[in-house]
Design a binder for this molecule. Structure first.
Ligand SMILES: Cc1ncc(COP(=O)(O)O)c(C=O)c1O
Length: 431
């Protein structure tokens, strides 16, 4: 289930045809299904019986205001990693007391701003960071709520580039430095330890990986208690994996009962920071076939107008997104081809040697499950512009973000006066 489906052979969401959206807004175009985002959020809450955990949507997965606003309206908090994400969360209607701020590189300015608006907690990644937060809080005359992000030293079985909980990863405070961190909290003043936090990586589908990390967190929690600290919130991060092709999606009920078991005696208020789980399946990237190109030895390339500049995950993480037709042709044979983008990089490939629906030049296709880490990673490379983003929610179509062409991308650039084309002709230089 994803909110998308075929009606009369046309791919639709909430009864709205994706080909009409492509006509209206151009391609490449991200299309999101509001109902699916809502369903996912509620399914996570439902998996945990009362008390419901706190859910902080990880904006990094998709920070588009309309998406954040939808989740905020459902009651989700926000997990942010920059002042830009913080401001987005606020604009989208997330109350500051439901915002947590993680990230290894919070600047003093970002910390000051978070204190000013009164966020729920800083998820602190380093003892050195504690010092800066304490200084900022003292200067502002407030007490900063801090949760220690602890590194549980667990290698989650996911892509190497999205594993974050190993000892040598840059994230979190090493478990063997917990005492030092607790000493710093006490010594620095202006800090209040409100919780512990961990996040072991993204697209994690093995329950075991989570369990090993959470068992470590439970040990850390008990240690804090033994030392006389009274943290309230145990934030267990995000990372819940989804099905892109044929992976086993994380079993939410099994996940919830494991979490309840591991944390049963901790007297902790549980929290999670899912990004991908909430929004990945709710997105489609609609793209037009620019050309079907024949290669040597019978090889065939389907060249799309979307590329690694539009959807980076395949080039960055070897991620696979399925390709489906926007209008199904029932009477033509499937083809085998590589699906590539127009960018001048050999890594600009979505699928290799894939069996695809019948396609010809100008056909529309959709790449599936692109709602997370899709549009937000779009870039300017090759000056092809950025894609638009559309939300279909309760039958209403909203252009969340218009496409951006090269003119807008270049609009604020400056050519030095003496290099402006034609400048030397107008003002001859003295020799
Ligand atoms: C600290 C933190 N929390 C939450 C997330 C969200 O992860 P996911 O989208 O896999 O749920 C991330 C992603 O990198 C993260 O770094």
């Amino acid at each position: 289930m994803s909110g998308f489906g075929y009606r009369d052979d046309a791919l639709t969401v909430d009864g709205v045809r994706l080909d009409t959206l492509a006509e209206a807004y151009g391609t490449p175009l991200y299309v999101y299904a509001g109902a699916e985002i809502r369903r996912r959020y509620l399914s996570l809450l439902a998996a945990f019986s009362e008390p419901a955990p706190e859910v902080f949507y990880a904006l990094k997965a998709n920070p588009t205001l309309g998406v954040v606003a939808l989740l905020a309206r459902e009651g989700a908090g926000a997990d942010v990693v920059s002042v830009g994400e913080l401001e987005r969360a606020l604009v989208a209607g997330v109350p500051p007391e439901r915002i947590v701020f993680a990230g290894v590189g919070k600047s003093r300015y970002e910390i000051d701003r978070a204190l000013e608006v009164g966020i729920l907690q800083f998820n602190v990644e380093a003892i050195e960071e504690l010092r800066v937060i304490a200084a900022a809080a003292a200067a502002a005359g407030v007490e900063a709520p801090v949760a220690l992000r602890l590194n549980p030293d667990v290698a989650a079985s996911t892509h190497d580039k999205i594993t974050t909980g190993r000892r040598d990863d840059k994230f979190g405070i090493a478990g063997d430095r917990l005492d030092e961190a607790l000493d710093a909290v006490t010594a620095l003043g202006a800090l209040r330890l409100v919780g512990l936090h961990c996040h072991i990586g993204s697209q994690v589908t093995a329950l075991d990986d989570f369990e090993r990390a959470y068992l470590r967190m439970a040990e850390f929690w008990r240690h804090c208690r033994e030392r006389g600290f009274r943290p309230r919130r145990l934030n267990l991060g995000g990372g819940m994996g989804v099905r892109y092709v044929d992976e086993a999606e994380l079993d939410l009920d099994a996940f919830a009962s494991m979490v309840r078991r591991v944390t049963a005696d901790l007297d902790a208020m549980l929290g999670f920071e899912p990004g991908r789980f909430l929004v990945a399946a709710a997105g489609r990237l609609v793209s037009r076939v620019i050309r079907i190109k024949s290669g040597s030895h019978g090889r065939c390339f389907v060249v799309l107008d979307a590329g690694m500049n539009t959807l980076l995950r395949p080039a960055l993480y070897d991620a696979v997104h399925r390709l489906v037709p926007v209008v199904r042709q029932r009477d033509a044979a499937s083809i085998v081809a590589d699906v590539v983008g127009p960018i001048c990089e050999s890594s600009d490939v979505f699928l290799r040697n894939a069996t695809l629906p019948p396609l010809v030049d100008n056909d529309l296709v959709a790449l599936t499950d692109v709602g997370a880490y899709g549009a937000t990673m779009a870039a300017d490379y090759n000056s092809r512009g950025r894609p638009g983003e559309v939300l279909v929610d309760t039958g209403v179509v909203t252009l969340l973000k218009p496409p951006v062409g090269w003119i807008e991308l270049a609009a604020n650039e400056t050519i030095p006066e003496h290099l402006v084309p034609g400048a030397d002709r107008e003002q001859p230089r003295d020799r």
